[in-house]
Design a binder for this molecule. Structure first.
Ligand SMILES: [Zn+2]
Length: 203
């Protein structure tokens, strides 16, 4: 087995990394032995020390035997609103902005426009289960907070369609963030002010 090649292939599979950049990463590790060792130790620990929240599906560093992340354990949050985001990083951006005090759900990605099996891309079954549970606890509004690009919009439409029967049954409003976010904006890069106005202008 060619170690250089194998490691390059691993980096190549990372989001946004091309073949040349993957090679540069490998050479960086060759030059910096301590980084290579730290990387291998941390990567080995990752799956053991980080768990997925059973409620919102974000990853969090294990704290004791908690199965829920800090936000989901916080009983003081607003049970009437559930915010749907694509990735953990979007949740973190919203949380950091301080513009939202409800609960979250992370889809785990977005659905490419022509994709035929959306249920394999994002956690649609878990989304319905989460919304059903939240409905019993007084959920009044589901806010779809996907990026303002075609894939994000397609994902929001799919989620809205799948949630529609449940929303109708329990009289839950489905809204989307949008107006504050200009076209093409990735949620993770939106600043706190933009997010606040996007929440205010949700429709
Ligand atoms: Zn959680």
């Amino acid at each position: 087995m060619d170690t250089l090649h194998e490691l390059t292939e691993i980096f190549r599979a990372f989001p946004g990394v091309g073949p040349r950049q993957a090679k540069r990463f490998v050479h960086h590790l060759l030059q910096r032995g301590e980084d290579a060792e730290a990387l291998s130790a941390l990567a080995a620990r990752l799956r053991k020390s980080v768990v997925r929240c059973e409620l919102c599906r974000r990853f969090f560093t294990k704290e004791g035997s908690f199965k829920k992340c800090r936000a989901c354990r916080d009983e003081g949050r607003d049970k009437a609103t559930l915010l749907i985001v694509a990735r953990d990083i979007d949740l973190e951006a919203v949380e950091k902005s301080g513009s939202f005090r409800g609960y979250y759900f992370v889809l785990g990605g977005t659905i490419p426009i022509l994709d035929k099996q959306p249920e394999k891309r994002i956690a649609l079954a878990a989304l319905i289960a989460r919304a059903e549970n939240a409905a019993k606890e007084g959920l009044k509004e589901i806010v779809l907070a996907l990026s303002a690009n075609p894939e994000g919009e397609h994902t929001a439409e799919t989620a809205a369609r799948i949630l529609a029967p449940l929303a109708k049954e329990h009289n839950i409003k489905i809204s989307t963030l949008g107006r504050g976010l200009s076209t093409g904006t990735e949620l993770e890069y939106a600043d706190a002010e933009t997010l606040k106005s996007a929440f205010k202008n949700r429709q």
